[in-house]
Write a protein that binds this ligand. Structure first.
Ligand code: NAD
Length: 477
């Protein structure tokens, strides 16, 4: 079997794994079996094929869009560009989106898309053709639109692809004023939002910080509370991995290991993430970074000494085969589905904690929600009130200085007077969401002694919230 065939044969249980986790959590809820079945099932699965011109001939491309749940509209979820993508994977990722949105109170149903290509094998022109044709196919079948289904970036896609989608959809819907809200993760120049690019990684870092700030849990793991000095290994140096590592380092953690598909590097004294990123850009590999030990097998990197492991590449990276070799005490899931159910059970048996994907990487969809709101309201956050706040603050400072006779220095004045920018508002909304959600999940975990993991607790919360939506829709008595 070649690599692709192996990956396909291994990956066809991802949706099953998500359903297993769902069924396990459902026993801690009181809902009707039929309602649980409705919540769990994928509502719409659209599989299609389309041709593109390649060289002097044509190539047929396989693609999917899955809308898992319509308990809220629109549905939302990224588009994955990968030659490993298959229907089972897209269904699993769409389902995870439903639960993720519910956990962080983002009012969307879950969806996901997939285009079965390795982007590296196509020119920019060909990628644009593929993306625009994919958009046309979704639009024709009513699987795209600001009130229908709103994609975003995922593995292998980014701002560039989102711009092509927005432009194609807007061109096909010239009378629709909200057309640019059909997709999020767009560049700022094309009505994107400040902070979206780094949102998932920033959210992962906040999730890790919330977890290690709980003194009671850290005591059980034999760790001191707080991120300062915690040793972290990150797998994947793409959008999620790079920004997770960057913000974890900013919050005081030490990045000791980084893993990419070409191998892994480790330095117990710490790695400068930006320098490694530049080294990879220049040499094409993270290997041979000055002062770091090389591992030619990426998976070996996961097994090196650390406190926190952040898998931020792909699913099924921590399995029954390698979980017992891990030295981390905490796994914070940046990727979707990186830990199999068997590996999760073993990791908890080993005394560890897993901060589950549906919460840990929800920063992206949270800020996508802000971007969608911005697109529907046609105004950037802070535009109406920033100057007003600054003037009010200035009046207050002048009045207090006048009454007290105390004069603030220019820096103090500037800090107090400043009104919030769009980026500051976005980051504030993101941080608030990540902090509240972690403690809601942990509280559910703590208050029911039969709930075995944070993931089960997150599923219980999600199921309960989605059930309420169905009941409010009058779909269920
Ligand atoms: P990306 O394409 O930007 O980066 C993925 C990185 O992983 C790439 O650098 C790739 O080379 C690397 N990689 C691939 N196979 C690897 C392996 N075996 N070992 C180590 N590294 C490997 O993708 P991304 O957007 O960062 O997404 C990563 C994961 O995060 C996916 O599971 C995705 O579903 C999830 N996610 C992404 C977002 C988002 O906003 N982009 C949001 C939520 C969840």
């Amino acid at each position: 079997m070649d690599n692709l065939a192996i990956a396909e044969s291994q990956d066809t249980h991802f949706f099953d794994d998500v359903c297993k986790n769902f069924d396990h959590a459902a026993q801690f809820t009181k809902h009707d079996a039929g309602l649980l079945d409705q919540i769990k099932s994928c509502n719409s699965v659209y599989r299609f094929r389309f041709p593109i011109r390649k060289g002097n001939g044509f190539e047929v491309i396989d693609a999917w869009r899955v809308e898992h749940s319509h308990h809220q509209s629109p549905t939302k979820g990224g588009i994955r560009y990968s030659e490993m993508v298959n229907e089972d994977e897209v269904m699993a990722l769409a389902a995870l989106m439903t639960y993720k949105c519910a956990v962080v109170n983002v009012p969307f149903g879950g969806a996901k898309g997939g285009i079965k290509i390795n982007s590296k094998n196509y020119t920019v022109q060909e990628l644009e053709n593929i993306t625009r044709r994919y958009t046309v196919e979704l639009t024709k079948k009513n699987f795209l639109g600001p009130n229908i289904d709103v994609p975003a970036p995922d593995y292998g896609s980014g701002e560039r692809e989102m711009s092509w989608i927005a432009d194609t959809y807007a061109t096909m819907n010239p009378n629709q004023g909200d057309a640019l809200g059909c997709v999020t993760g767009k560049p700022i120049a094309l009505h994107g939002i400040a902070g979206r690019r780094e949102a998932t990684g920033r959210g992962v870092a906040i999730a890790a910080r919330e977890c290690v700030n709980v003194a009671e849990d850290m005591q059980r793991l034999g760790l001191t509370p707080g991120l300062a000095g915690k040793r972290v290994i990150v797998q994947g140096l793409g959008n999620v991995g790079y920004y997770s590592a960057k913000f974890l380092a900013e919050f005081g953690a030490i990045i000791v290991g980084l893993c990419e598909y070409e191998g892994a590097i480790y330095n117990a004294d710490g790695l400068d993430v930006e320098a490694v990123f530049q080294h990879r850009k220049a040499t094409g590999s993270i290997l041979n970074f000055e002062g770091a030990q090389n591992f030619t097998k990426s998976s070996e990197g996961l097994e090196q000494p650390c406190d926190i492991l952040v898998p931020a590449a792909l699913e099924n990276q921590i399995t029954a085969d390698n979980v017992r070799n891990l030295q981390a005490k905490i796994i914070v899931e940046g990727a979707n589905g990186p830990t199999t159910p068997e590996a999760e059970a073993a990791f908890y048996e080993m005394g560890g904690i897993i901060v589950p994907d549906m919460y840990a990487n929800a920063g992206g969809v949270t800020v996508s929600y802000f971007e969608w709101l911005k697109n529907l309201s046609h105004v950037s956050f802070g535009r109406m009130n920033r100057r007003f706040e600054e003037n009010s603050n200035l009046n207050l400072v002048n009045m207090v200085e006048g009454i007290t006779g105390v004069t603030l220095n220019p820096q103090q004045r500037a800090t107090i007077i400043k009104g919030a920018s769009e980026l500051e508002l976005v980051n504030s909304g993101l941080e608030d969401t990540m902090i509240r959600s972690y403690h809601e999940i942990r509280e559910t975990f703590k208050t029911n002694p039969n709930i075995d993991t944070l993931r089960t607790a997150a599923f219980v919360l999600a199921i309960n919230k989605i059930a309420v939506s169905y009941q409010n829709l009058g779909v269920w008595p």
